[in-house]
Design a protein around this ligand. Sequence first.
Ligand code: HEC
Ligand code: HEC
Ligand code: HEC
Ligand code: HEC
Ligand code: HEC
Length: 243
Amino acid sequence: MENKDHSSENPTIGSLFSALPDRLSSYISELVSKPFQSGLVYFLAGLLPSLLIGWILFPMALYSKQMQPVNFSHQLHLDPEVVDTIEGDTEQERCFYCHAFRDDGTFVGIPNLESCMECHDDPESPLGETPGEEKFMREYVAEEKEIPWLVYSKQPDNVYFSHIAMVKMGEMACETCHGDHAKTDQLPVFRKNRLSGYSINIWGKNITGFKINTWDRMKMDDCADCHTEKGFEEHNACFVCHK
Ligand code: HEC
Ligand code: HEC
Ligand code: HEC
Ligand code: HEC
Ligand code: HEC
């Protein structure tokens, strides 16, 4: 069978394609030369507000903002010049002073008030002079009340996540998934998605869905992508992450 030129067999489609660039350019020149008659102005007048709503106002309304109850500075507590009793050979070992693993392998997570009171033990004699410490002493230490921290990376209850697997077996640094949180002096505002209930750290900091760093978003696919990348596809079965 010989090779046929299909466009010549079907003149309507062929001519349509060859005429397309011409029609398109005359259409565009009409749009630009007669913006009112062509409707371009009305189109833009509708487009701009919808972009404003879609890209700026909607994401702003979608997330509620909450402040942490107390500002905790990782930078200050991890500065050996200020706090010299938090020791360790590596930076990660110094994290374990507060974020330890229990003997059964479970992760302490955010430390409780008792760990803070190893140093901040007496409300009458603060360690420094800042109003932040004064408030922390008055409202929590003196009252012996736990601080209701908001957890940026909190996953839904049906997700099983094990730090010991990632940090000890997987030998991954905290920054891999949490970014530079431990270098900060001011806690970021906690932003919770009103529809899903997830924090912006899970749902994604970028509304276009574009992701640059591992820690920009931690949804189901993001977990699975890293497992595949590291050669642990076997952990991508439903029952591994959903117990
Ligand atoms: C003196 C105790 C202390 C030490 C030491 C410490 N942390 Fe924390 N960490 C906290 C407290 C309190 C919070 C809760 C407030 C906050 O979000 O920062 C916290 C929260 C965090 C969070 C936020 C988790 C989330 O999703 O909300 C990360 C990440 C974290 N710490 C990482 C580190 C790393 C990495 C190190 C070591 C470089 C470290 N921390 C050392 C006390 C400590
Ligand atoms: C190993 C000792 C130690 C531990 C444990 C510790 N702190 Fe501190 N904290 C300090 C020192 C020292 C300062 C600095 C005082 C200064 O020079 O201003 C400080 C300062 C503070 C301040 C004031 C900082 C500011 O910039 O306003 C707050 C608030 C605070 N700590 C909260 C906590 C909380 C909450 C915990 C428990 C998760 C905790 N600390 C655990 C030693 C400690
Ligand atoms: C592979 C990614 C990953 C690594 C590596 C990792 N984390 Fe996390 N971290 C998470 C996820 C996901 C959560 C939320 C878990 C959940 O809600 O069940 C979390 C939660 C936390 C929390 C809050 C726990 C709570 O009280 O609810 C702290 C604190 C924390 N991580 C600190 C650390 C520290 C310190 C390290 C390093 C020693 C570390 N993480 C390494 C992914 C990671
Ligand atoms: C940056 C890479 C990375 C990210 C992100 C990550 N993981 Fe993992 N995960 C690993 C590696 C590597 C292992 C295998 C560790 C090993 O067994 O040596 C693992 C193992 C696991 C396991 C098996 C643990 C066990 O007890 O056997 C579970 C469950 C898991 N991951 C859940 C999650 C969930 C849920 C998320 C997202 C919230 C997540 N992981 C995000 C790298 C990652
Ligand atoms: C690598 C870990 C991982 C695996 C494997 C995994 N999931 Fe998930 N899943 C998550 C995480 C993390 C979330 C929460 C974030 C999100 O919604 O993406 C989630 C959320 C969900 C939700 C929504 C729950 C809610 O409360 O919003 C459903 C439903 C779900 N997973 C079903 C499944 C099914 C079915 C499979 C198997 C085909 C599966 N998952 C495999 C990590 C995993």
